[in-house]
Write a protein that binds this ligand. Structure first.
Ligand code: CUA
Length: 444
């Protein structure tokens, strides 16, 4: 039977259900917003998220995020409300063809102007922040540090801090994966790579910056709270991309100075060495010297920085830049030059080994030396143990030696707020990889 109009009882039920919806919709919207915002507790420190910024720069970025978030939420709620309203208000009640409408000047102006306003609301603060941050990268009195993305770890080169004040040719102080910085200084990281493209990101300190061969990409910030700030590579760069983590440790100035002094001082000799001279280190360490340096010893023959660039091989403070020519002379066939390994000076003071992969303990060091490529798939460090070039006894000697690479009176950042900013327990995770041993915790 064909009906030509709603019956009386239909109208009643329609108005009843409309009444029900008018109460239900705002309730649902409220529940949705509460669920969304429950993830934003400011109490929880999230070292790998930008939502707990610790510098003015990161805070600027957070503000932009908030503006975008709220603008998107308003648009979302508005659009959903309009859809719901339209669906309910104009739902089919009979078989009549609804009134056809063509062109509405008011509507067309509205849906042109509203998005334009929304885009302006987003564009103006974004542009302001971009120019503000670009300006902050310029100027004198910057604390310049070169950062080189390697496969798969990070090298930090302190441009203005000579490795040896009496020998300018010795190049700058160099460290890997854990960069100490004095609190409150105006830092500019000059980020580059001699292999593939990475992305350098310490969410609580600043935004991401692409790590591109041949480019010196600056990244500026001022950190005024001591603590450990966690960073990671944020762009897929090969098999061990996920294990290219690092820390920026902001410490009081006196601790930083102590660290520099310790870095320049030969390591304490409680290992197999009387003089701390690397010639006195276990003979097996000789195999490591092709790629690793230990400052304060004569273990300073391995290449560092950007191989092929005289500035870096010599260690002088020359500008970063990889010309196409350099790239070609660097490259061995189609392979990317992996470059030398991390500088091991003060290695025993680092929290992790393998670029954030394992906690720096003697047990993990042994595991690392014996099963390097199993622990970190794709790593360029040859596995001398499995190749039979070094035996258990030699590994044990190496572990003792490497664990002795720290100042006699303790590490300069020991007992500081380090970790206070980011409680260690909150960022601990169990190693997710198969065959990863007895569930050794992976501390970041
Ligand atoms: Cu380097 Cu991902």
């Amino acid at each position: 039977m064909i009906r030509f109009g709603p019956r009386q009882e239909d109208q009643t039920s329609t108005s009843r259900s409309r009444h029900r919806w008018s109460r239900l919709v705002p309730m649902l919207a409220l529940v949705g917003v509460v669920v969304l915002l429950s993830g934003c507790g400011s109490e929880v420190v999230q070292p790998y998220s930008h939502i707990t910024p610790q510098t003015e720069k990161a805070n600027d970025i957070q503000t932009l995020y908030k503006i975008t978030f709220w603008a998107a939420l308003i648009v979302f709620v508005g659009v959903q409300a309009a859809i719901l309203y339209t669906a309910l208000r104009f739902r089919r009640r009979n078989e009549d063809r609804p009134e056809q409408v063509h062109g509405s000047r008011k509507l067309e102006i509205a849906w042109t102007v509203i998005p334009a306003v929304i885009l302006l609301v987003l564009f103006i603060p974004n542009a302001q922040v971009i120019f503000k941050h670009a300006a902050a990268e310029q100027g004198p009195d910057k604390f310049d540090v070169d950062v080189i993305g390697k496969q798969w770890w990070w090298e930090f080169r302190y441009r203005d801090i000579p490795a040896d004040p009496n020998n300018p040719d010795a190049g700058p102080l160099v460290t890997a994966n854990e960069a100490l910085l004095p609190v409150g200084v105006d830092v500019v990281f000059h980020v580059t790579s001699n292999n593939v493209i990475h992305s350098f990101w310490v969410p609580q300190l600043s935004g991401k910056v692409d790590v591109i061969p041949g480019h010196d990409n600056p990244l500026q910030f001022v950190a005024s709270t001591p603590g450990d700030y966690f960073g990671e590579c944020a762009e897929f760069c090969g098999s061990a991309h996920a294990w290219m983590r690092f820390k920026v440790k902001i410490v009081p100035e006196e601790n930083f100075d102590a660290w520099v002094t310790a870095w320049r001082t030969p390591p304490a000799s409680d290992a197999n060495t009387e003089t701390a001279d690397v010639m006195e280190a276990p003979p097996a360490f000789g195999a490591c010297l092709a790629c690793h340096r230990v400052n304060g010893t004569n273990a300073a023959v391995a290449l560092e920085g950007m191989p092929g660039l005289s500035g870096y091989v010599q260690g002088a403070n020359e500008t970063i830049g990889v010309s196409a020519e350099d790239q070609e002379t660097d490259a061995t066939g189609s392979e990317i030059v992996p470059g030398p390994g991390p500088n091991l000076t003060l290695l025993a003071c680092r929290d992790t080994i393998g670029a954030g992969l394992l906690e720096n303990t003697p047990e993990n060091m042994e595991r690392w030396l014996k099963h390097t490529d199993e622990v970190k798939e794709g790593v360029y460090m040859p596995n001398y143990y499995e190749q039979g070039a070094i035996n258990d006894e030699q590994v044990a000697e190496l572990v003792t030696y490497l664990q002795s690479l720290k100042p006699a009176d303790g590490c300069p950042d020991e007992g500081l707020l380090v970790g206070g900013q980011v409680p260690q327990a909150e960022v601990e995770a169990t190693d997710p990889r198969p065959n990863s041993g007895n569930g050794t915790p992976v501390a970041q």
